[in-house]
Design a protein around this ligand. Structure first.
Ligand code: ADP
Ligand code: MG
Length: 694
């Protein structure tokens, strides 16, 4: 057998990584060494100076040093056991509990100092440390001051595996080429790339971490904005091959709607119509909070393109959303007697045969509108006359994807729609290549959603409330963070939760589970049944987060709300309050933490996405670097447009200055940068999270 040659960038070059481990890395999206070095920690565990017993603080992790003066006591309950040690010194008392570790009774030595490190809770006036790690003083001394990375993980991948792999990679001393020009680095006071890479993984101290993070965030913005500038240049110079005129049919469709367009919808439709009918290509971003009614604008634009003889494509991030748009669009066309537009639904889960047929219909021009997931741009779809491309929920759709579109044949008109609340000034930097429209009012007759933040003791009340709403003819969403039970994370999962609710509600109320790991067909059947009102309670992961529209649903209950970012919670909440009935959102807080309550309270008091993002940032403060990524914008790995808005502005200025001197990046000192930009723009799909699988 001939030995297979290992690619220089393969993970297999690291000691201890065989096929199985490699697969685990692949599942986390780490395909090679390049990805590994960019797989940044989620947070860090820092071993703080241990304190005496009386100084430990409830609700957080503490390291306490104390001399053990009595033997631990073991209590057993059936198969379970708990080992209890009471610590006391002149500063106070502390109870320490371990679960299922009775052997500790014999290992802990009386008269010896130990460091106990674990979370402390306050219970009935006493402080209890739960299941701490145990160190001798000497062991702990060695660890003090260190910050160890904690990585985001997937099944089969442990933190230790990633730590070891990254350590090795850093030790292999692969020196990476600097892509930021020296002048930019000097002016901005940014550290060198190899320092940044090592300090982001294993920071020597928190100052270094900050320096490293700053540099990496700046670089992300810098490359992104270079891409934006390039697109702007392309937009300004490309000819419009799809001249359109305004048509009556769109007016008829508007008149046929069961509602009147809001003032904002009318204004923005006016802008879109004018763009499409102008000599220049349209490149427009429509920003509007969840529920502001963006979809109809997309449909109108598609009908206008059709009436002018052009094809259009509508891209969305999930299959569930693609199907929903397809169905709504088909219905709208039927109602208006538009028969030969023949839209098709194209998605990743189509069989090869189905795809071939669809491609045929697209390339022959039989179909005039294509609705689908990002598969639309990923595959070799040949359009007959693609005059308009619309992307919905564009926060998952970055400059790379826009570039890919612009690069295909004659560039089409582009409309991007987003619910991400970005202040106009930031949007102008991030989307410098686009004109911006804002949908700033909500359809009339909408009652604001009523919110509450509760703890798990409220569940039964919540279930009674859900029953009442279902009996009144409405429907309910329940969101859980996980698909299946997980030993390491104690939070609710869709599979068990749906079963539990089936028991709670009995056979007369239909409860079903939905998550991204189901087969697409099964997923679809469930979504359809929910949309038809047959399923009353849908227990789901965040797979329904984006765009799903079932106006009859009036209750959204989110379990383990603490595990989601505020922007994401706001999106989830946007699934209700889409009809005329009063809607409710229940945030179920699974941890008892005060910070969480404060954070969730922001949502409790506002339904305004923009306000939420700003308040959230204030609460987190500048020190919290790696909290749950709040903005919901998956464009950047490490940078956060809210937290780093100054950095974003500075990167914007630096890009402009650089391009003024060297518009085509041809100077020798910018060669590495030009190459990096090309690479950045060519790996066009890697920042679209595969949210279909959550
Ligand atoms: P989003 O901006 O979140 O994509 P949608 O386009 O899905 O919002 O619209 C949300 C709901 O509001 C849909 O049921 C849609 O039919 C309805 N809708 C849209 N515009 C109006 C309007 N002007 N008046 C009343 N309902 C509307
Ligand atoms: Mg939408």
């Amino acid at each position: 057998m001939s030995a297979k040659k290992t690619a220089p960038d393969s993970l297999r070059n690291l000691k201890g990584i065989g096929q199985k481990t490699e697969e685990a890395f692949h599942r986390a999206g780490i395909m090679n060494l390049r990805d590994l070095i960019r797989y940044y920690p989620r947070e860090y565990d820092s071993f703080e100076e241990p304190v005496p017993v009386g100084r430990c603080v409830a609700d957080i992790k503490n390291a306490v040093v104390a001399k053990v003066t009595s033997r631990p006591v073991v209590r057993t309950f059936g198969k379970k056991s708990i080992t209890i040690l009471n610590l006391q010194d002149e500063t106070g008392t502390l109870q320490v509990n371990w679960f299922h570790m009775p052997f500790l009774r014999n290992t802990i030595k009386i008269g010896v100092y130990y460091v106990f490190r674990g979370p402390v809770i306050a219970k009935g006036g006493r402080k209890i440390m739960e299941h701490p790690q145990l160190y001798t003083r000497e062991e702990y001394m060695k660890l003090t001051g260190q910050m160890l990375p904690i990585y985001p993980l997937t099944a089969g991948l442990t933190n230790n595996m990633v730590r070891k792999a990254v350590t090795q990679l850093l030790e292999m001393q692969r020196t990476e080429e600097e892509i930021l020009p020296d002048t930019v680095r000097e002016e901005e006071g940014l550290c060198e790339i190899n320092f940044a890479r090592s300090q982001i993984h294993f920071p020597e101290n928190s100052e270094n971490l900050l320096i490293a993070r700053n540099r990496l965030a700046f670089e992300e913005f810098f490359l992104f904005l270079l891409g934006v500038e390039r697109l702007r240049a392309i937009n300004d110079t490309t000819e419009n091959h799809f001249p359109m005129r305004e048509v009556w049919e769109t007016e008829d469709v508007i008149a046929s709607l069961p509602y009147k367009l809001t003032g904002a919808q009318q204004a923005v439709w006016g802008e879109i119509e004018k763009d499409l009918a102008s000599k220049r290509l349209m490149n427009r971003l429509v920003q509007g909070d969840v529920g502001s009614g963006k979809t109809i604008l997309a449909f109108l634009a598609m009908i206008m393109a059709y009436e002018n003889g052009f094809q259009s494509a509508l891209m969305v991030p999930t299959e569930v959303l693609a199907v929903q748009h397809y169905q709504a669009f088909t219905e709208l066309l039927e109602k208006n007697g538009i028969t030969d537009l023949c839209p098709v639904l194209l998605r990743g889960s189509c069989t090869a045969k189905e795809k071939r047929e669809i491609y045929e219909q697209i390339s022959s021009g039989k179909t005039r509108a294509i609705i689908g997931t990002h598969a639309l741009i990923q595959e070799k779809v040949e359009y007959e006359k693609l005059g308009l491309v619309i992307t919905d929920e564009q926060h998952r759709f970055g400059v790379k994807q826009r570039e890919a579109l612009a690069g295909k044949g004659y560039p089409p008109n582009v409309l991007v729609m987003s619910a991400t609340p970005i202040p106009r000034t930031l949007a102008m930097i991030l989307y410098g290549d686009l004109d911006i429209s804002i949908l700033n009012d909500m359809p009339a007759h909408r009652l604001p959603i009523k919110n509450c933040v509760v703890n798990t003791s409220y569940r039964d009340t919540a279930y009674r409330f859900m029953r009442k709403e279902v009996e009144a003819g409405h429907q309910v969403y329940v969101i859980c963070p996980m698909v299946e039970p997980n030993e390491e994370l104690s939070c609710e999962n869709v599979t068990e939760y749906a079963q539990k609710l089936k028991n709670v509600f009995g056979s007369e109320i239909a409860v079903e589970a939905l998550h991204g790991q189901m087969r697409p067909k099964e997923k679809q059947e469930i979504m359809d049944a929910f949309a038809r009102g047959e399923i009353k309670i849908l227990v789901s992961t965040t797979v329904i987060e984006v765009g799903v529209n079932v106006p009859n649903a009036t209750v959204m209950m989110i379990e383990n709300a603490e595990r989601f970012g505020l922007a994401q919670l706001h999106q989830l909440r946007g699934r209700v309050g889409r009809g005329d009935a009063q809607s409710y959102c229940i945030f179920m807080q699974g941890d008892g933490k005060k910070e969480t309550s404060e954070r969730l309270d922001i949502l409790n008091h506002s339904n305004d996405g923009f306000y939420i993002a700003e308040e959230d940032l204030k609460l987190r403060g500048p020190g919290d670097l790696f909290g749950v990524r709040q903005s919901g914008i998956a464009l950047f790995q490490i940078a956060d447009i809210y937290r780093d808005k100054d950095l974003l502005r500075r990167a914007g200025t630096a890009v402009k200055d650089l391009l003024e001197l060297d518009p085509d990046l041809e100077l020798p000192q910018n060669r590495a940068l030009a190459k990096a930009l090309q690479e950045y723009l060519s790996c066009q799909n890697d920042d679209i999270e595969d949210i279909n699988n959550i």
